[in-house]
Design a protein around this ligand. Structure first.
Ligand code: 5BU
Length: 361
């Protein structure tokens, strides 16, 4: 199912607004590269994102690999990464591989320490527990978007409704008003399932103006030309196939993933898979593919097979050209190279050439 349709044309027909945005970004940056930023500290993550930003269209995170992840929603690691993403024009993809009952994944997605939905445009789900996980995440995303639109309209941020009993003893809690705006913070303890206002904030705390002062030295303003803001949307990739040796994702499982994606076209952007899974004329899904490495530049015929720990590698040419995937996901191939910026460019070029050859053939 290798499509020869260009990314530009697919931007026009994509059913998901984030997919459409991502296709346009790909055309603008001549890039179908996703960096898997598997580093250990917040500083490493942010510097890498800032340095490699111009070459990539997606940055994949495992937030739980970061030893000092700062959970503050306004000033923490997620919010800072989101600002870098906005500056360079790339989407953030938290590779969380949610895999539990619907109610639990919904809470893990929107609540808890990391509040992934707040800073990550895209995340993914392991569908082994069944389709309900996807349904629940789609539902959470709809409610998130409505809440965000409400916040923008009214300048207030609304907390997630909680069962009455949990909030009933919150009277003792001291809630500090945000001094900058010196507005009374109202805490509605007994709102039950009704949304309660927990803090007042301005739109600019969530959405930094495009022409705000840049705090990163090596950022090239020119690269922003033509890049518009990502739509206020969230997207999901279904984990349909894995790169690791001996994985249990068989055809029946993969088919169920495709079925679920078709049921949620306005939320599911596509798949993490090893081949394109668009089989029906209406299928508009994107495929992102991990397990990608290039042989060293001075030994291009060398074979890179795996990492000795179950990972299996293919080249960008095979992944994009032969198997029809859209975006390559590269981690150690770039991060562990002598110069990640130069190496990211080499991967970008190879994957883009493979795409150009695919649509020209
Ligand atoms: P690598 O360093 O390029 O091997 O890293 C690959 C990344 O992609 C790493 O973060 C994995 O967790 C992730 N990954 C993968 O390798 N294979 C898969 O099938 C899926 C994710 Br899903």
């Amino acid at each position: 199912h290798v499509t020869k349709t260009s990314f530009a044309a697919r931007a026009e027909t994509a059913t998901h607004p984030l997919s459409s945005y991502l296709f346009r970004l790909m055309v603008l940056k001549n890039s179908n590269l996703c960096l898997s930023a598997d580093v250990s500290t917040t500083n490493q993550l942010l510097s890498l994102a800032n340095a490699v930003g111009p070459s990539i269209v997606v940055l994949k995170t495992h937030y739980d690999l970061i030893s000092n992840w700062d959970y503050n929603p306004q000033t923490g690691t997620g919010a800072r990464l989101a600002r870098i993403a906005r500056r360079h024009g790339f989407l953030i993809f938290e590779d969380r591989k949610f895999g539990d009952i619907g109610n639990t994944v919904q809470l893990q997605y929107t609540e808890g320490t990391a509040k992934i939905i707040e800073w990550s445009h895209i995340t993914n789900v392991n569908m082994v527990p069944g389709k309900a996980a996807v349904d629940a995440m789609a539902d959470a995303a709809v409610r998130w978007r409505e809440r965000k639109r409400y916040e923008v309209k009214t300048d207030i941020s609304v907390g997630t409704p909680r069962p009455e009993s949990i909030d009933s003893d919150c009277e003792d809690e001291t809630v500090t008003p945000i001094p900058e705006y010196s507005l009374e913070v109202e805490r509605n303890c007994n709102a039950g399932r009704k949304a309660s206002i927990v803090s007042i904030t301005t739109v600019s705390q969530h959405f930094e103006p495009v022409n705000s002062p840049r705090s990163y030295d090596n950022f090239d303003d020119e690269s922003l030309e033509g890049i518009e803001d990502a739509p206020m949307e969230r997207g999901l990739l279904i984990l349909a196939q894995m790169s690791s040796k001996g994985n249990f994702m068989n055809r029946e499982y993969t088919d169920a993933c495709v079925e679920s994606a078709r049921e949620h076209k306005d939320y599911v952007m596509g798949f993490i898979a090893q081949e394109s899974l668009n089989t029906e004329p209406d299928d508009q899904f994107m495929t992102m593919t991990p397990g990608c490495q290039l042989p060293p530049e001075d030994d291009e015929d060398a074979v890179v097979e795996g990492d000795g720990r179950g990972q299996q590698y293919n080249t960008p040419t095979k992944i994009v050209g032969l198997l029809g995937n859209d975006i390559i996901i590269v981690g150690r191939g770039i991060i562990f190279s002598a110069d990640p910026v130069v190496e990211a460019e080499r991967y970008r070029r190879k994957a883009w050439e493979a795409y150009q050859e695919r649509i020209a053939s």
